[in-house]
Design a binder for this molecule. Sequence first.
Ligand SMILES: Nc1nc2c(ncn2[C@@H]2O[C@H](COP(=O)(O)OP(=O)(O)OP(=O)(O)O)[C@@H](O)[C@H]2O)c(=O)[nH]1
Ligand SMILES: [Mg+2]
Length: 365
Amino acid sequence: MASDPDDHGALSSSTSSGSVSNLNPNLSTRSSSPSVHLSSATEYVDGIKNQDVGVLSRAITLLESTRSDHRETARTIVDECLPASGDSIRVAVTGVPGVGKSTFIETLGLRLVEQGHRLAVLTVDPTSERSRGSILGDKTRMGDLSSHDNAYIRPSPTAGTLGGVARKTRETIVLCEAAGYDTIFVETVGVGQSEVKVHSMVDFFLLLALAGAGDELQGIKRGIVEMADAIAINKADGDNVAAAKDAQAEYERALRLLADPESGWDPPVLTCSALTGDGIPAVWKAVEDYRQHTHDNGFFDAQRRRQARHWLYQTIEQRLQDDFFSDPEVEAARADMEAAVESGTLSSFAAAERLLEVYRSSGGA
Ligand SMILES: Nc1nc2c(ncn2[C@@H]2O[C@H](COP(=O)(O)OP(=O)(O)OP(=O)(O)O)[C@@H](O)[C@H]2O)c(=O)[nH]1
Ligand SMILES: [Mg+2]
């Protein structure tokens, strides 16, 4: 149960908008229901189960809200959707900025929806500071996909800590599955901590990489390569095909040095072009083969159970942190404690104990 050092809970989420109507106004453009006010969680759940995209979008907006009454309703919605969720494949698409994640999702996604799959695309963005422009940019990049009836694209919430954003993404997966989406793609934006969070909510972790593997392997943390269930060298097109093959061999060598994964699955290294579509079906075949393999050996369900346990504790941590940092008495005492720690008159540990004492005696615990 690792705590996230960058995660300050309510410290930063308190700067986000508390009003549902202000959040993500550029959501689904295909809302099929009029914007009537839905009051009860049951109405939301019914709408979601009826595959009403407008209701789904508004339920996700509730999840993202910082208002406690919204969160309360959202928690009930998630609870009631849970039994209808889970029948899906959840795939993380990761890789350095510009590797082609969005283009890859667009190309593969279009194939899948045309085969009759229902696809939800979510993003986890640890920077949390993206301008509206780049979010709209992503939607434009996935233009054909986002206008398809079988696809639902939901950008990351624009505010909140990584821990908070990850929890919301995890809950959003539940709602999307209850709304009948059988394939979930989670695109991570940026590299580092976000991959670790996303790894704990997906069945399959796809790492996109680029040719120039020598440099590339150093840029991508070893831990991220270790999490990969497949690596696809993207942009294997035009003059870049030979370099992509070299990179493929290099990654294969790198993978051989790693311990065998617990899934018993041998992660393949493939090449593809999200632009031309070359090699994309083979990447999807790897996902399907993995699914079959891990269903047969029990790893698929075991991993989901472990993830559910992980999120139990993540949620507790997050809630405790939020409660602590939003406590007015803690808030009032913090500046003095910080000053004492900085001037060396009090140790960090003693100051922490005092703040926790303030929290407990204010009725927080
Ligand atoms: N030649 C070539 N270009 C590609 C390919 N895939 C993506 N690109 C281009 O690479 C650029 C970045 O692609 P994106 O799909 O936005 O990359 P991303 O990984 O989603 O980027 P971020 O979301 O910013 O992290 C765009 O200009 C794409 O057109 C490919 O297979 N071949
Ligand atoms: Mg992208």
